[in-house]
Design a protein around this ligand. Structure first.
Ligand code: C2O
Length: 540
């Protein structure tokens, strides 16, 4: 195993997009940021220097951070932010994960432009469970905003989603041919006829689930998040924010140029969204002429939930990492959804009828501490920072996905953690609600990956639904897109001590409070305990 060293400088950089020149925050003046490549079993040492004018932290999305929660990154959860002028070195090891992950800023909405791929090759001396690809490229889907992202965030926080629709989607930072002033920069992937191509599709968009497809080519899905799956072929994939999907294609079509394209999957009934399409070009090196218009693929309609369901239901794991636990120690039931709270009209209260959005899990809208991080508060026994009374089930039961009155639930605000004993077998039912609107929520758990043992529509039925659970070959993920108006069930073993955020990876929902945190207590002895904090951990 090797150790890879990187220097990341967070700084302002001038870029041109959509006919506008502006400054964005980048890492090393690259947008998207540098790709980190390593093998399973390697270690990473990434020194981050903050030369921007905002506080920042970086998160290594999907890396388990076994016993190194100090390197996880979410601000005020596992560390205080790196202030302008400050530095912090993230040190961690990649253990039993192969495939595609990514890294991104975990401070307010800075991840809009601060992100990059984290590629994990097979362990030294081992190979892929499929034909090794000739071409291997990250395809990072993103969202572009013409306005300053912190302004966009403030507007979302105090009003609603409506004015916060992005100005473009992007592939590897480029909107592509269908947008103005964009064809020069369009991402191009060159292949030779017959090549096997591995596309590592990452959804780094702030607020949008996306369909992705390639004209004329079938996609073979071989991995999701950082786990392999039983290969299956499809024309289109859907990737939720935070998720990654590895697909293989064979360059077996007439040598030419073909568009790859991504566009919104928008399941909410009346939430506005960016309706445009981002493109990149798959070009065969032997193609007759570079001037021909590439062939355009078919994309599903924005609300095509049936296509999403048939895609996700084909995902089956090939894990030999761990067996799915059948004895459940912690059987948790969390609602996930949006709601409104009443507020006094003013600059911070601009939603419909004197309300503003407040998203919640089990009716608790999550509030980050401001004085220190949750992990430091736990580790150093600082009182008054959090409580451990996050409810294991909703305070009231009702028809979650039915026609419910908004007045039923006014969420409370709090920094509530749920305590898990080291080694406990955990099952969580994630139940979508219809209190404000129904939509699918990409729920991400830090510090873990989990089995997705079941999902469905409507209200989870504890008597009948478990009999359909897949305990044989469930997929392993770190982010589950809970179906619109439905539920998903995940299982994991709490074998990684620390404080771990679980949240919706739609940044507007996270800002509104769609989050909670687990406190996984130390087990016995050194190997089951949190390592000591690094000396350069940013001061609070
Ligand atoms: Cu990719 Cu808490 O995030």
């Amino acid at each position: 195993a090797e150790t890879h060293y990187h220097n990341f400088v967070v700084q302002e950089t001038t870029v041109n997009r959509l006919c506008i020149t502006r400054n964005i925050i980048t890492v090393n003046e690259q947008f998207p940021g540098p790709t980190i490549a390593a093998r399973n079993g390697d270690s990473l040492v990434i020194q981050v220097t903050n030369r921007a004018r905002y506080n920042v932290t970086l998160h290594w999305h999907g890396i388990r951070q076994m016993r190194t929660p100090w390197a996880d990154g979410p601000e005020y959860v596992t560390q205080c932010p790196i202030m302008p002028g400050g530095t912090y070195t993230y040190r961690f090891k990649i253990e039993n994960q192969e495939g595609t992950l990514w890294w991104h800023a975990h401070s307010r909405w800075l991840r809009a432009t601060v992100y990059g791929a984290l590629v994990i090759f097979p362990k030294f001396g081992s190979s892929y469970p499929f034909q090794a690809p000739k071409v291997d490229v990250p395809i990072i889907l993103g969202e572009w905003w013409n306005r300053d992202i912190i302004d966009v965030m403030r507007q979302a926080l105090f009003t609603g989603a409506a004015p916060n629709v992005s100005d473009a989607y992007t592939i590897n930072g480029q909107p592509g041919d269908l947008y103005q002033c964009s064809s020069q920069g369009t991402t191009k992937i060159s292949v030779n006829p017959g090549d096997t191509v591995l596309l590592r599709v990452i959804n780094a968009a702030l607020n949008q689930q996306l369909f992705f497809t390639v004209a004329n080519h079938r996609l073979t899905v071989v991995g999701a998040d950082a786990a392999y799956n039983k290969p299956f072929t499809t024309n289109v994939i859907m990737v939720g924010p935070g998720q990654t999907t590895n697909v293989l294609l064979t360059a077996d079509q007439p040598p030419s140029r073909y568009y790859m394209a991504a566009r919104a999957y928008a399941s909410a009934r009346n939430a506005p969204f960016d309706n445009t399409t981002t493109t990149a070009i798959l070009e065969y090196r032997m193609a007759a002429s570079g001037s021909s218009t590439p062939l355009f693929p078919q994309l599903p309609a924005y609300n095509d939930t049936a296509t999403v369901t048939s895609f996700t239901s084909q995902l089956k794991g090939i894990q030999s990492l761990a067996k799915v636990s059948t004895n459940i120690d912690e059987n948790l039931f969390f609602t996930v959804g949006l709601g409104l709270v009443n507020c006094t009209p003013g600059p911070t209260c601009q939603g419909p009828n004197n309300t503003r959005f407040a998203a919640s899990m089990n009716n608790v809208s999550f509030v980050l501490p401001r004085r220190t991080s949750l992990l430091q508060a736990y580790y150093q026994n600082i009182p008054g920072v959090f409580t451990t009374d996050f409810p294991p089930s909703p305070p009231v039961q009702f028809d979650y996905t039915g026609n419910v009155s908004r007045g039923l639930w006014q969420p409370s605000f709090g920094t509530k953690l749920y305590k898990l004993k080291f080694g406990s077998n955990v099952q969580i039912v994630l139940q979508g609600t219809a209190i404000f609107t129904t939509e699918d929520h990409p729920i991400h758990l830090h510090g873990y990956h989990f089995f997705v043992v079941g999902q469905g529509f409507g209200n989870f039925n504890p008597r009948t639904d478990p009999s359909n659970f897949n305990l044989v070959d469930p997929p392993v993920r770190n982010t589950i897109d809970v179906p619109v108006g439905g539920w998903a069930v995940i299982r994991f073993i709490a074998d990684n001590p620390g404080v771990w955020l679980m949240h919706c990876h739609i940044d507007s929902h996270l800002t509104w409070g769609l989050a909670m945190s687990f406190l996984v207590e130390n087990g016995h002895g050194k190997l089951q305990s949190i390592e000591s904090p690094p000396p350069d951990l940013p001061p609070c």
